[in-house]
Design a protein around this ligand. Structure first.
Ligand SMILES: [Zn+2]
Ligand SMILES: [Zn+2]
Length: 195
């Protein structure tokens, strides 16, 4: 009876089939192992600039496999570098919105763009342009609408211009050209005399 069964099933074919299935399984497991190691390395790289941390995580997964991967999934940094960058951008945008909303430096109550004076504490917020009455920020040097120097700023700049050395150099150059002319004129006078 056992001989008949062996002939019917063909033991050799079964063992070959089992070996084939085992090798397929082994190849799959090896590929899975490699994929897990690569995935861990890439995932850590996207979450941390520290390449040694990525190598260490990949090594742990390579050695201990699934248990190490589970521990890594629990301990890895919560957000990727891209997510952290986007969050920083959003925070900066929010901060800028807060800064743009004007407030009085004296009493920090909200103010409006065209207010020259805080109505609560009388702090001077803006000064009017002498030319077009545009409300100027106290730190501005010039009116952005008509480019007139802001009051109290233009007088500081003007006295420097007359004493600049640029005015002296052209006059010396003119003198030199006059001397050249006087030297040349006798020559031009002489030649008519010679003829
Ligand atoms: Zn105020
Ligand atoms: Zn102006």
């Amino acid at each position: 009876m056992p001989f008949e069964l062996a002939e019917f099933v063909n033991l050799e074919a079964v063992t070959q089939y089992a070996l084939y299935a085992l090798s397929c399984m082994g190849a799959f497991l090896a590929a899975l192992w490699l994929a897990l190691v690569i995935w861990t390395f890439k995932d850590m790289r996207s979450r941390s600039r520290d390449i040694f941390a990525a190598i260490l995580a990949a090594l742990l997964v390579a050695i201990l496999n699934i248990p190490a991967l589970l521990i890594y999934l629990i301990l890895r940094p919560r957000e990727t570098l891209n997510e952290a960058y986007e969050r920083a951008l959003e925070e900066e945008a929010l901060l800028q919105q807060i800064e743009v909303r004007n407030s009085c430096p004296g009493c920090s109550r909200p103010t409006k763009d065209d207010w020259h004076l805080c109505p609560h504490c009388m702090t001077i917020l803006k000064k009017a342009c002498v030319q077009c009455d545009y409300p100027l920020d106290l730190t501005w040097n010039v009116c952005p609408r008509c480019s007139t120097p802001a009051p109290g700023r233009g007088s500081e700049v003007e006295p420097e211009t007359p004493s600049s050395p640029a005015n002296i150099v052209p006059s010396q150059a003119n003198n030199a050209s006059i001397i050249d002319d006087t030297q040349e004129t006798p020559a031009t006078v002489q030649s008519p005399n010679g003829e």
